[in-house]
Design a protein around this ligand. Structure first.
Ligand SMILES: [Fe+2]
Ligand SMILES: [Fe+2]
Length: 289
């Protein structure tokens, strides 16, 4: 029995959809899917129907692409309402979301919880002296704008930053309660620490990558590992004794289709003898996108 993780399946790409179809069954294993699956709810449902049939248990946390609303004038839900629809789809399939009780990993001698969380971003991952309220224009001055600015609505919150702050408060309450019960593997789409955001060609894109409110969560809570994606930069490192695993697949240009999707499942548990082995085997991204 193993716990695997992957993120950023980006099923709008036919190559990625085909790879998902070809993923072999893992009837004894659990799978974490750390966001950016697809913005289409029918496609989202189809993907998790397939995964729930091929793994013993599946976990999901939302990525920004999952939360996009392309036609806000039609019948597509926005913001929190879109998130709630995705949670309902997951629950109908037995997929565990950040709104559900945390599952215990059955192979651990002491309690170890799999903890999907959702904390979004608030423009605090920026350069020295850049205020969050000027961060978008600071990025625009370098020619950068994230599609989230037009497609990721925050309804009913006044802003994505306000939604992020509410998510952090909600998550901290739950983590405080869980901390007295055992250790945890945190699963978030967005990196918890700014130092993890290494985008040398587009450094100012960092403002759409996380919140400083989560910077010390791996120390404040009994965290064994942190699983995340969003950066399309597979990575594996240890900070303050805690494993940080960036498990993105990404767009077709980011990965080698000849290897198949199975090669990109990152083993989280049992802990590999050399945790960095897997990411060292993966092709590194050419450019975030
Ligand atoms: Fe992504
Ligand atoms: Fe993302």
């Amino acid at each position: 029995m193993k716990l695997y993780a992957i993120s950023d399946l980006h099923l709008s790409s036919p190559e990625n959809r085909q790879a998902l179809k070809e993923l072999p069954p893992h009837p004894d294993d659990w799978l974490i899917v750390a966001g950016d699956v697809t913005r289409s709810i029918p496609r989202f449902r189809a993907a998790f129907t397939l995964l729930a049939n091929r793994f013993a248990r599946v976990f999901w946390t939302p990525g920004n692409h999952d939360l996009w609303t392309v036609d806000p004038s039609g019948c597509e839900a926005r913001g929190l309402f879109k998130y709630n629809e995705l949670v309902a789809v997951c629950r109908s399939l037995g997929v565990i979301t950040p709104e559900d009780p945390y599952e215990l990993w059955p192979e651990s001698d002491s309690p170890l919880f799999i903890v999907p969380i959702f904390t979004l971003y608030d423009y605090t991952f920026s350069g020295e002296g850049v205020r969050p309220d000027t961060a978008v224009s600071w990025a625009a001055a370098a020619g950068l704008e994230c599609a989230d600015e037009n497609l990721l609505y925050a309804d009913p919150f006044p802003s994505r930053s306000a939604w992020s702050a509410a998510r952090c408060r909600y998550t901290e309450r739950r983590l405080n309660k869980t901390a007295v019960l055992g250790h945890m593997i945190l699963v978030n789409h967005f990196p918890l620490r700014q130092e993890l955001v290494n985008l040398p060609r587009i450094p100012r894109f960092s403002i759409w990558c996380g919140t400083q409110q989560t910077e010390d969560w791996h120390r404040r809570f009994p965290v064994t590992a942190v699983i995340y994606g969003h950066l399309h930069t597979p990575d594996s490192r240890v900070i303050d004794g805690v494993r940080f695993e960036e498990v993105s697949l990404g767009y077709p240009r980011h990965w080698d289709q000849a290897l198949g999707l199975n090669a990109y499942l990152r083993q989280i548990l049992p802990t590999p003898a050399d945790p960095a082995f897997h990411s060292s085997q993966l092709p590194q991204m050419q450019q975030f996108g």
